[in-house]
Design a protein around this ligand. Structure first.
Ligand SMILES: Nc1nc2c(ncn2[C@@H]2O[C@H](COP(=O)(O)OP(=O)(O)OP(=O)(O)O)[C@@H](O)[C@H]2O)c(=O)[nH]1
Ligand SMILES: [Mg+2]
Length: 338
């Protein structure tokens, strides 16, 4: 099925399989897109081109929160509500620590036990790549493939470690922050400015002994949101309580999300946001292409290393170093005649 067959035949098989909603082939396609092999990169690019006309139709939701905030359990409960309403759901989990600890991925599978058995749901951990591609790796591409396979809702789960939230915010329509009451999260979230990015905050595990603390946290955050400047969408971010364990507050969150979708589609913000996300993705891709090209040329790679060292030692200004590298790049291109 894999590389034993001709690449073109493999590509046709993947394309056809994705458009048919075949989960196994969708999984293989995501693996292809995530591959770091050069020969796979071109195939992946062609594959994405082929299914592009079937993408963009899902409602994309990002869910973030500190480690152990209850994200996976919450998504399991929310996912049950979503699939129960007849919608197909894809869940992509980004684990920024996955290169170090391979354990979390396994954990997620067991924590979304019901969803992983659900015919209407597709769950896939996406490895965050090291340097190139940033925290979110190929999550955008994986999302497009899921859309082409007919998934109407895509949830991206990421552990909140600063950079990752911003990366996810930039690829979704709705961004939800899951908080724990009294875990020092209150300050953490504010410090990082993450709450300014959120379309809703949910205080998780609002059950048992936690219940009253959660209500207190809700009041604190409602106050904090009140003082934020209005968001460009005109949407006012609410603070809700939920207990995934007792399936409380989950339906409310789903209703809220649907309300957001309707409201922003009517106002035009939804599409406007998608348009600017596509442009920033393009810019990111371009910067990456340029970087990759430079790294593929030994002389330039060495020049870059030297400049990095000089910058590190404050022997040269960053701007001058950047312009110098670009100059070297142009010279190389001119001289190689390519
Ligand atoms: N009491 C209570 N416990 C919960 C609830 N949701 C999750 N938990 C527990 O909290 C722990 C962490 O839950 P996860 O859903 O794995 O949290 P997570 O944010 O996905 O964790 P990472 O992906 O490792 O960052 C587990 O032991 C859950 O059983 C809840 O609503 N109430
Ligand atoms: Mg998790």
């Amino acid at each position: 099925l894999k590389h034993s067959i001709h690449p073109q035949a493999h590509l046709d098989q993947l394309t056809e399989g994705i458009l048919r909603g075949d989960r196994v082939l969708l999984g293989q396609a995501i693996t292809l897109v995530e591959s770091k092999l050069e020969k796979d990169a071109l195939l992946a690019e062609t594959l994405l081109e082929k299914v592009l006309h079937k993408t963009g139709n899902a409602f994309r939701i990002g869910i973030t929160g500190a480690p152990g905030a209850g994200k996976s359990t919450f998504i399991e409960a929310l996912g049950t509500v979503i699939t129960g309403s007849g919608k197909k759901l894809a869940v992509l989990t980004i684990d920024p620590s996955s290169q170090l600890t391979k354990g979390s991925i396994l954990g997620d599978k067991t924590r979304m036990e019901q969803l992983s058995k659900n015919e209407m749901a597709f769950i896939r951990p996406t490895a965050s790549s090291g340097t190139l591609g940033g925290v979110a790796g190929k999550t955008r591409e994986a999302m497009l493939l899921c859309e082409a396979a007919g998934y109407e809702i895509v949830i991206v789960e990421t552990v909140g470690v600063g950079q990752s939230e911003v990366a996810v915010k930039d690829m979704v329509d709705f961004f939800l922050l899951l908080m724990l009451a009294g875990a020092g999260d209150e300050l953490q979230g504010m410090k990082k400015g993450i709450i300014e990015l959120t379309d809703a905050m949910v205080i998780a595990k609002a059950d048992g002994e936690n219940r009253s603390r959660a209500s207190e946290a809700q009041a604190v955050f409602q106050q904090a949101f009140h003082f934020l400047p209005p968001s460009p969408s005109g949407w006012k971010s609410p603070v809700l309580l939920s207990s995934a364990l007792h399936s409380e507050g989950i339906e409310e969150v789903w209703k809220l999300m649907l309300g957001y979708e309707t409201e922003t589609k009517t106002s035009g913000f939804f599409e406007q946001n998608r348009r600017s996300q596509r442009v920033s993705w393009f810019k990111e891709c371009f910067a990456q292409e340029l970087q990759q090209d430079i790294e593929s040329i030994p002389a330039l790679r060495a020049a870059q290393k030297d400049l990095e060292r000089a910058v590190m030692n404050a022997a040269i200004s960053t701007q001058v170093a950047a312009r110098k590298l670009l100059g070297d790049y142009f010279t190389y291109i001119r001289e190689s005649g390519s």
